[in-house]
Design a protein around this ligand. Structure first.
Ligand code: ZN
Length: 224
């Protein structure tokens, strides 16, 4: 099928996962990864199939507006907003603000979430759950974060080590909070297929990052 006529979707995932993960906002690298050429991307932007909210970013007409806002500000949706966009349970009181993290040059822009350690690359419009949780540890109360983290672990059928493996950084503060998460689950067996599926979902965005940055040593921990 002509890629210009095909619905935009993530590769290597089943249909439900693609639906869950596709927010309608794509970097040029992501589109190229899905076999669109630069000429096709320009044509789709010219005829209105894609808008162009920022350099290197394209959005479909029904794109998630919070994600469009994030890339237009040189960042991506993260933290509480990414968790909400991905359908995880988040306690009341966190929906009034769009949580964005910036690319390296824009990391400290006004109102952006700061997270821990050096700036992470921005390679997709909406952070995966593990990355979003790390950022959310600075924006949520401890009790609310623990409840949200439990929700993520239950939804993705991940135990604590598996979720930590997906996190791009593992600050002591996050480790301490996770020690208070869902103790009953610790040590319980996770079926291999569920675990592999969850790992694949969590890694999809970072896999694109590593393809894009091949040859550099900057791929985040746990991305391979
Ligand atoms: Zn935040």
């Amino acid at each position: 099928m002509d890629p210009e006529q095909a619905p935009l979707r993530l590769t290597g995932m089943d249909e439900k996962e693609a639906h869950d993960q596709d927010f309608g906002v794509h970097s040029r690298a992501e589109l190229v990864e899905r076999d669109f050429t630069d000429l096709q991307i320009r044509r789709m932007a010219a005829n209105g199939q894609l808008s162009h909210p920022a350099r290197g970013w394209y959005a479909t007409p029904n794109a998630n507006q919070a994600a469009v806002t994030a890339v237009s500000k040189h960042g991506c949706l993260t933290c509480v907003s990414a968790l909400i966009a991905r359908g995880f349970w988040v306690p009341p009181g966190y929906r009034g603000k769009t949580h964005i993290r910036g690319s390296k040059r824009h990391r400290t822009d006004k109102d952006f979430c700061l997270g821990f350690g050096p700036a992470l690359p921005v390679t997709s419009a909406v952070d995966d759950a593990a990355t979003a949780l790390v950022y959310a540890a600075k924006c949520m109360s401890a009790e609310d974060w623990i409840a949200t983290c439990d929700s993520v672990m239950n939804t993705l059928k991940l135990d604590r080590p598996a979720l930590q493996e997906l996190m791009p950084v593992l600050p002591k503060a996050v480790k301490r909070l996770m020690e208070r998460c869902d103790h009953d689950r610790q040590g319980s067996p996770i079926p291999g297929d569920l675990r592999r599926r969850a790992l694949r979902v969590g890694r999809s965005a970072r896999r694109l990052s590593c393809v894009h940055q091949e040859g550099s040593a900057s791929c985040p921990r746990g991305s391979r």
